[in-house]
Design a protein around this ligand. Structure first.
Ligand code: ZN
Length: 249
């Protein structure tokens, strides 16, 4: 399975990526991690990335694509991947399509974690962290017993400076604006699957497993090592009746 995952900041996209990777033996490819790894390696690209970052500038498209190009061709990715953080606009999406077709690994699915703006606002604006132990809370859906005090260590809670209402709403606005052209592009190609991201982590993940059709007509990970057991487990937790069908085959 070769997947791109899209979702606003706070949509739970990263968590779902981790769960998918684990369950289906996919490699998650996150652009942020690629950049960090490049800097750590201190190669030519890494030095360039570091210079740009130190100067407070965005990494150029060329560098990002070169890093992706190198990563996506690695043998371990032939078993499938989930791409998170790229593409961010239509031009990048088109370039990515070309690149993947060239290496005969075209994208199969684009998962869009759809989430209501109110839910996003609540998740991000309500977020608090403990100064002392770093534990995360949410004043709306996961509050501490005593307001402003960590339940575990008694430390004081704080709000990240970019989690205020104004910044969050502008982040969501920017995301909506950029993502709309991507959505149109992938919808036209009939590769976009919308996931209701408003529920709990588990519920959202079950929904993903269901819509990607695990155990139905498609057995996307059929060729990967140890995949049949994993696929069956996914089906067991997702839909019991389908397990029987799968085992019969
Ligand atoms: Zn604490």
């Amino acid at each position: 399975m070769r997947i791109v995952i899209l979702g606003a900041p706070g949509s739970g996209k990263r968590t779902q990526t981790g769960l998918l990777a684990q369950k289906f033996g996919l490699t998650s490819v996150m652009t942020g991690e690629l950049l960090r790894a490049a800097v750590a390696e201190q190669g030519a690209f890494g030095r360039e990335v570091k210079e740009l970052q130190d100067a407070g500038r965005a990494v150029t498209e060329d560098i990002m694509l070169s890093l992706l190009w190198k990563r996506l061709r690695e043998p371990e990715l032939q078993a499938g991947f989930i791409l998170d953080g790229f593409p961010r606009n239509l031009l990048q999406a088109l370039t990515l399509d070309e690149l993947l077709i060239e290496i005969e690994q075209p994208l199969e699915l684009i998962l869009l974690i759809d989430i209501e703006t109110d839910t996003l606002m609540e998740r991000l604006v309500g977020r608090r962290a403990c100064h002392a132990c770093g534990l995360l809370y949410n004043i709306y859906n996961n509050p501490t017993v005593v307001e402003g005090i960590c339940d575990v260590c008694g430390g004081g809670l704080y709000q990240r400076s970019d989690d205020n209402e104004e910044t969050v709403s502008s982040r969501i606005h920017v995301f909506d604006h950029l993502i709309s052209s991507l959505i149109t592009h992938y919808e036209r190609q009939e590769r976009l699957l919308r996931i209701d991201g408003n529920g709990e982590i588990d519920a959202v993940f079950q929904h993903i497993c269901k819509v990607i059709g695990v155990g139905e007509a498609r057995t996307p990970m059929g060729k990967a090592k140890g995949s049949s057991t994993e696929a069956q487990q996914a089906v067991v937790s997702g839909n019991k009746t389908k397990t029987t069908t799968l085992k019969k085959r």
